[in-house]
Ligand binder design. Sequence first.
Ligand code: FES
Length: 286
Amino acid sequence: MNNMTTDRILRPAPSIDGSAIASQSVSIINRRQFMGYSLNAAGGVLAVSLGTLGFASILLPPGGGSGGDLQVKFWAKGREDEAWYGAQHLQAMTKSSFVEEAAKSNIGVSGAQGVWNGLPVNVTYVPHAENKDKAVSDNVPRFQFMEGYNLSGNYVGHFEDMTDAEPELFNPDENLIMVFSRCTHLCCIPGWQLVSNAFTDDNWTPGGGDGGGSKLFCICHSSRFDPTALEMNQNTNRSNGQQFQFAGIRRAGGPAPVGLPLIPIIMNGDYIEGATTHLDWLTYCD
Ligand code: FES
């Protein structure tokens, strides 16, 4: 099927308070124009530059014959150059840098955009170990292990079903999570506090719903993802149409159908690296 001429309704970015965008004017663009938009305005320079590396690199395991690299690096071009990691563009991500930044947060959370083998990623630090035994009503962030339901409302499984089977997927004691930073709506690049609105505020509420801040926010059409709400879910390989189950973070709101998949973290001392064990989870975008 050739969908290159499919028209898409493109809404402007939400207002500063994150309020509904439905009342704002819309423009209609075709798929080619949309990709140009998402690579330039919405995704920022990150997507432009990564585009030159080629998202096809998803098919090439990092560290393999292509000269890839397991190490995750900060990405701080475009909107990101004013973020806390703005001076660390393409420098290796370290856990200690997240800990240092989290100390400036009301709730002890920090996040950053990164690049891993040419792919956009987001890493979030959550003070799980410190807060996991505190009352949920304290509203202090921790990772939440949840049930996941697919688009049809059918139960897919519990996050811990997957981590029981594959403990190397996620180590809650590290207080870190990394996800593939391409939106499950139309593949723009969600960011961490790159815009200011109610969804990105420096606060948190439990439950994986749309209330509270600390969400990854996709500026294209305002989808939100909660990096503390971990679940199993289901998505579709864009090339062959096959469905697959994945472990990831929960979609909190907006047009994105499901959440974002994990890239398992490997700690190499203080350095954050990504495992190549689940590249199939990243196949929902071209
Ligand atoms: S691409 Fe549309 S909300 Fe992310």
